[in-house]
Design a protein around this ligand. Structure first.
Ligand code: IPE
Ligand code: IPE
Ligand code: MG
Length: 225
């Protein structure tokens, strides 16, 4: 079977999941964190090399303060888990702007990145305070700071937040069919998989279904074939 090397996920629908159950939004986020754990374990088992997770966008700061605070706390808790035994083959990397993130998160993030640095099997690319337009703008500014006056595609590639292979498969849950400022550069030839399943209901079996759908796609990259 043709397996994607890099899967990126827009984890959406936590609020609607909670609403359907008459629960506060934070319960949706909490169950969403369990989906993160389930999906990481399945990705490990399936031999996926890179998993990018869109956890918090640069636009998500516009949400009510109580929700943002809750999400940051949940992220801190989830980060702590990545040093546990069952994540021993997971290397954590970060994509996003550091500026704006609480110090508590940055300290924890740096600690886990350092602790998991030698791990090889799965690279977990946590997209936090992430926006693709910001990523491209930051890359261009880094290149300009190097004194370059003419910019190539390869310059931009090398100055993105992480130097990873482009995602083969981008999954979005909850029925929305848009990128919401995720990986605009990297998605040039990605395959898309949209499912109505809400993120808190998305577990290992759902990831297997998406991988199986990917394996049936015919990627042509502009050639005739
Ligand atoms: C995804 O679920 C979590 C984040 C964007 C942080 P939402 O909170 O967007 O849930 P819906 O889209 O309102 O259902
Ligand atoms: C995208 O979801 C961001 C994350 C999943 C972190 P949103 O819920 O913020 O996206 P929109 O507002 O529906 O486009
Ligand atoms: Mg949403």
């Amino acid at each position: 079977m043709n397996i994607p090397k890099h899967i990126a996920i827009i984890m959406d629908g936590n609020g609607r999941w909670a609403k359907l159950k008459n629960l506060p939004r934070k319960e949706g986020h909490k169950e969403g964190a369990n989906s993160v754990e389930a999906v990481v374990q399945t990705a490990l088992k399936e031999g996926i090399s890179v998993l990018s997770l869109y956890a918090f966008s640069t636009e998500n700061w516009a949400r009510p303060k109580t929700e943002v605070t809750y999400l940051m706390q949940l992220l801190a808790n989830t980060l702590s888990k990545f040093t546990e035994e069952k994540y021993k083959d997971v290397k954590l990397v970060f994509s996003g702007r550091r500026k704006g993130l609480p110090n508590k998160i940055l300290t924890k993030l740096d600690k886990v990145i350092e602790a998991t640095n030698g791990k090889k099997k799965l690279t977990l690319n946590l997209c936090l305070n992430y926006g693709a337009k910001q990523e491209i703008t930051d890359a261009v500014n880094k290149i300009l700071a190097q004194g370059k006056t003419k910019i190539t595609e390869s310059d931009i590639e090398k100055n993105l937040y992480q130097n990873l292979p482009a995602p083969d498969l981008i999954i979005r849950t909850s029925g929305e069919e848009r990128l919401s400022n995720f990986l605009l550069w990297q998605a040039a030839y990605s395959e898309f998989y949209f499912t109505k399943t809400l993120w808190p209901d998305f577990k290992g079996g759902d990831l297997l279904k998406a991988i199986s759908a990917f394996s049936r796609r015919d990627r042509r990259f502009g050639t005739r074939k």
